[in-house]
Design a binder for this molecule. Sequence first.
Ligand SMILES: [Mg+2]
Length: 139
Amino acid sequence: MKDFSIGLDIHGVIDSYPKFFAVLTSMSWAQDYHIHIITGQEIEAGGIRKKLSDWGICYDFLFSVSDDLIEKGLLLKRTDKGPWFADEHWDSAKAEYCAKHEIDLHIDDSPIYGKHFRTPYMQVKSWQQLLKLQPTSSP
Ligand SMILES: [Mg+2]
């Protein structure tokens, strides 16, 4: 049987609620699930490994859309916000990675990337809203 694989975005997902994802990834590892961290940022320039370590995130694979597109020669320019790529390459990159690696569920906050996915995609809309929810009292 194929191992279950989860993809997790960082910006807007893990960094919005790192304590929750530390628990989720730890529990997933205990079930032998594979965790793929799939981020837009460059790994070295973004200090990604240190951030994940500081947050206590367990993972097996780390993929950077920016690093991948730069390696493919698709960098258009560098801006104050980082490297810049054509939308057609940027918007579908996570979907292509997830299809190639047969990711069973990718969790992301982008309303744009999802339409490119052929594998399951879950969009997180607002962790802040979720965290404000209070448990209801039992009747
Ligand atoms: Mg994001």
